[in-house]
Design a binder for this molecule. Structure first.
Ligand SMILES: [Zn+2]
Length: 67
């Protein structure tokens, strides 16, 4: 799925295809693809934007409805 992210380093906001999303045993989100900032190239230094947060909320509702 595509998630809206903000780079922790340069604060660029971008949409990223993260692949499959899952949760680890601590309920942290795990993305299939490592995120790469299109501006500075830093890997896995992303924060969810408000848009990203609501995308993930919608995702978790979907997960519950398919279980
Ligand atoms: Zn960046």
């Amino acid at each position: 799925m595509i998630v809206n992210l903000r780079c922790e380093k340069c604060r660029t906001v971008y949409d990223f295809e993260v692949g499959k999303v899952s949760e680890d045993s601590n309920w942290n989100l795990v993305f299939e693809n490592p995120t790469i900032c299109p501006n500075c190239g830093v890997k896995n230094k992303d924060l969810l934007t408000e848009t990203g947060q609501s995308q993930m909320t919608a995702w978790s509702f979907d997960q519950q409805s398919t279980k």
